[in-house]
Design a protein. Sequence first.
Length: 365
Amino acid sequence: MYKQIGVITGGGDAPGLNAVIRSVVRTAIKEFGMKVTGIEDSFEGLLGETQTMKLTTRAVSGILPRGGTMLGTRNTGGFCCFVEDKVVFPEETIKEAIENLRKLEIEALVVIGGDGTLAIAQEFYKRGIPVIGVPKTIDNDLAATELTFGFMTAIDIATEALDRLHTTAASHDRVMILEVMGRHTGWIALHAGLAGSADVILIPEIPFSFESMVQKVRAREKSGSRFTNIVVAEGAKEVGKSEIYQDFGDIKSAPRLGGIGDYVRHKVEEMTGKESRCVVLGHLQRGGSPNAFDRMLGTNFGACAVRALANGQVGKMVALQAGYVVNVPLSEAIANVKTVPVNGQLVRTARDIGISFAAPKEAKL
C-alpha cells in the first residue's frame, strides 16, 4: 500500500476536473489512509523548485461544482517537444521530475489528462513510477473509453448556443455558423448538431464540398425555410484541402486550429448571396460548472483510479465500457484516436432526419 500519492492535471481544462481531484483525495484518505499531494501546473510542478500542495478532505471541500482545476494545468510544457512533426520526450527533464518525486516521497501518481498528458504518464511508468491515468478530453476522442468527463457539459453548452442562434437565424433569414471544438473528431459537432436541430454538420471525418452545402441552403429556401444553421468542428476540412490554422506552432507547441467557421461563412455568403454570421464557441465549451453527468463520471473515475493503485493495477487508465469503469493499459488508451464512424448509427440517424454533412456525393442526390 502506498503511503503517499500525487495527483496531476494536464492539458486543456475540462468541466469535471475538480470532481476527479475531490474523489481521489477523499477515497485515498478515507478508504486507504493515504496522504495526497497535489502537483501544480501539470508535470511542470515537478521541475526546479517544485510546486505542490497538501490535499486534505478540507482542502477539496466545495470544489465539486467548480470548473477548471484547483491544481492548475499546462499543455505538455517542457516534457515533450515537436521535431519534424514527431513528439520527443526529453530524457533529462523526465529524470529531474522523477528525482523530485522521490524527494517529495510521492510513491505513485494519478494523472488526469488526454492523449498528450497520458503519453507523458506512460513515459514515467516505463521508468518505474506507478501510474494510473484518468481520461480527460472534451473532444471524447480517447478510443479506450466510451465517454470522457467534460464532453457532456460541452454538448450542453454547444446545444444551447445552437438553440439561441436558431431564433436569430429564423428572425433574419440568415445562415448562422457555429464553430465548436474537435481537432481530429466531430463528436461535439455531431451530438450538438443533432440535439440543437442543425441543418448542416461539418466534421473532420467527412470532408465537405461547398457545392453540396449551398444546395442544402437553397433546398431549404425552396421548402419555405429561409434560414440555415450550420455547426462545424474546428478540424473540419474542405475536400482536397487541409485544416485551417491560426497558429502553426513551433518546437514547443503544437499547431493551433482556428478559422474554419469564418471561412465557411465567407464562402456561403459569396455563393448564395445570403447574409451569414459566424460564432466561435471556443473556450466557453470547456469553462464553468460541470453538469450532473460529468460530476458523477469524474467522481467515479477518481475513486476507481485510487482503488486501481491500491490493488496494484498500475500502468493503466480507468475507462467507461458498457456502463462499468474498467482498467485498460495506458499504451492501449493512447494508441488510437476514436473518430466518428462515417457509416455509424448517429451519422445515419442525422441523414435520415434530413441533416446534411455536405459530402460531395450529397450534392448529386
